[in-house]
Design a protein around this ligand. Structure first.
Ligand SMILES: C[S@@+](CC[C@H](N)C(=O)[O-])C[C@H]1O[C@@H](n2cnc3c(N)ncnc32)[C@H](O)[C@@H]1O
Length: 307
């Protein structure tokens, strides 16, 4: 693989800060450009949810985490089966789609919008990160690795959305670490002028410490779901990011899940599982040098011993 291609892939994996700020915001524009390539992914995602909803007894309330544009949500199933619907994301501009969805509901249905960081740790971690760089104005990579290794997620806070009968974590788990990764990389660049290599990586010990902090955020999401009151939990998430070029029979694969791919939730059993591919960024439509396909996983967990 050419150096240029490796570099552009690294830039995609480790986007610039403005890409980061627009992470949730660029989805709709990309969906319009790549609509026909996304179709099967969106259908698989909706079908998995529909079958999950149909297998539940009459239920009242559903929470959708990572709802953003509602592209991959089984909106019809949600509308048909639930009287209380909670839509959650950390994206300040999602409201247009959500309001349209709310207007499509009957007067007997209620919808709640929840716009917040679902890790509940990013604010305190960012504050601590600022404090770290004030304490270490000069480059000290060992200290940064130590700092990252020492981070702990905020204790689980009870949220009203956790009382829902069904919770859908919709293409969120794989994305959760990206905000934090970008904050760390941005701070190291700004304070120390310290950047990743051409593959988007730090030296091994620092990369491992960063990786550990990222995986804690994903574990925390799983624990949060497990500690909810939901009798059915659906998780749909990227599992791997796969990079290809038209001219080489060679893939580069990066994990999207930094925790075990055999997801398990305490006190729940795995009732169904599926996987498929999402041709998210076809070569020459999104970028000329390479294309990207995501391997997507879907899991349905139910209470042990039935509902
Ligand atoms: C790939 S999108 C999900 C797809 C989406 N359902 C759609 O309609 O296309 C991932 C979403 O996760 C959200 N997200 C990532 N990290 C988050 C966090 N810590 N808290 C809340 N939302 C987060 C992003 O804002 C983004 O909207």
């Amino acid at each position: 693989m050419s150096q240029l291609l490796r570099y552009s892939i690294a830039r995609f994996l480790h986007p610039t800060r403005s890409d980061f700020i627009n992470m949730g915001l660029g989805i709709e524009a990309r969906r319009k450009r790549c609509g026909k390539y996304w179709q099967s992914h969106l259908e698989c995602s909706k079908l998995f949810q529909r079958e999950s909803f149909l297998r539940q007894p009459a239920l009242e309330e559903v929470t959708v985490l990572g709802a953003v544009e509602l592209n991959d949500l089984d909106s019809e199933g949600v509308r048909a089966r639930f009287s209380r619907i909670n839509l959650c994301d950390a994206n300040p501009l999602v409201n247009r789609k959500w309001i349209k969805f709310a207007r499509s509901l009957s007067s007997r249905q209620a919808v709640t919008f929840c716009n917040e960081d679902l890790t509940y740790s990013l604010d305190s971690w960012s504050e601590a990160l600022r404090g770290f760089f004030v304490e270490y104005p000069e480059e000290n990579v060992e200290a940064l690795a130590c700092f990252l290794g020492s981070l702990r997620c905020s204790p689980k806070a009870a949220r009203p959305w956790m009382d829902a009968d069904v919770i859908v974590s919709l293409n969120l788990l794989g994305q959760i670490p990206l905000y934090w990764r970008d904050r760390v990389q941005q701070a190291a660049l700004e304070y120390w002028d310290y950047d990743t290599d051409e593959n988007g990586l730090y030296p091994l010990y620092l990369q491992e410490a960063l990786h550990l902090s990222l995986s804690k955020l994903q574990s925390q999401h799983i624990e949060l779901l497990a500690s909810s009151g939901a009798s059915c939990i659906v998780i749909i998430s990227d599992v791997n990011y796969m990079y290809y070029t038209k001219v080489h029979s060679h893939w580069q694969t990066e994990p999207a899940l930094l925790i075990s791919k055999n997801l398990s939730l305490k006190n729940r059993h795995l009732a169904d599982q599926s996987s498929w591919y999402w041709h998210i960024a076809p070569q020459d439509i999104e970028q000329p040098g390479y294309g990207i396909i995501h391997e997507v996983g879907a899991w349905r967990f139910e209470n042990r011993g039935g509902n």
